[in-house]
Design a binder for this molecule. Structure first.
Ligand code: ATP
Length: 224
């Protein structure tokens, strides 16, 4: 039977409760069979913005998803140091899941800068996309093409998922509205504050403590 599977790309440095709320909210709203986090590998030629080792970022996602039904982490991009563009990742996913209905999930900040993505016009009209609200960001539509605007469904508020099977859609959703960012967590850990512990799943907090991630040891980012 055809499965509905969503993919959620990002740096996840670290995965936090905002990401988890998106995963759980989208899974429920769209009745998904599977939701996969896809951590990005970052090329070493961008030293000024180097994320924590992909091994650690992947491990934290593995811990965060292990006991949560329907949530997974995918090695697809970290296995490819060439840093694939999203449109290339989509092509690989279609090879892996030829029978299933795929969806890409992005936050409101990514939606705002979508026109900088490689082949963004094609991406927006070739796979279902769920755009999730995030505090501090509006969901605008002026920056995308008419073709993309025509397939936007505003699924915020009481508007249910339409369950359509013909063609693809861009869904605006408000399944999560959690004011947390990975930058805030990294800064708080590096500054020796404690408030960050409530912003990540407990297993992730333990991992950050144990390996001293964001305090400059074990391949973590030294200081933000
Ligand atoms: P950083 O602070 O390092 O930029 P981040 O918290 O934005 O990190 P990313 O790993 O860059 O997290 O985000 C991955 C995806 O998750 C992006 O599409 C982003 O828009 C989305 N996202 C991140 N935080 C939230 C949140 N609190 N609510 C909704 N979406 C979010």
């Amino acid at each position: 039977m055809k499965k509905r599977i969503a993919f959620y790309g990002g740096t996840f440095d670290p995965v936090h409760n905002g990401h988890m709320a998106v995963a759980e909210g989208i899974s429920k709203r769209f009745g998904l069979d599977e939701f996969h986090f896809v951590p990005a590998f970052h090329a070493p030629h961008k030293p000024e913005n180097r994320p924590t080792s992909a091994f650690h970022r992947y491990s934290m996602l593995a811990l965060a998803t292990a006991s949560r039904s329907g949530l997974y982490v995918s090695p697809l991009e970290v296995e490819q140091p060439s840093r694939p563009y999203t449109i290339e990742t989509l092509a690989r996913l279609w090879e892996i899941y030829p029978e299933d209905r795929l969806m890409f999930v992005i936050g409101a900040d990514s939606w705002e800068e979508i026109t900088t993505w490689r082949e963004w016009e094609r991406l927006l009209t070739s796979v279902d996309i769920a755009v999730v609200t995030r505090p501090g960001y509006e969901l605008r539509t002026e920056h995308v093409t008419d073709k993309a605007r025509e397939i936007i469904i505003d699924a915020r508020g009481e508007n249910p998922f339409d369950g359509q099977t013909e063609g693809t859609r861009i869904y605006f959703t408000d399944v999560a509205f959690v004011d947390v960012s990975a930058t805030r967590i990294r800064t708080a850990v590096a500054d020796g504050e404690n408030a960050w512990r409530d912003m990540v799943p407990p297993e992730v907090a333990e991992y950050i403590d144990k390996y001293e991630i964001y305090r400059g040891r074990c391949g973590g980012r030294p200081k933000v």
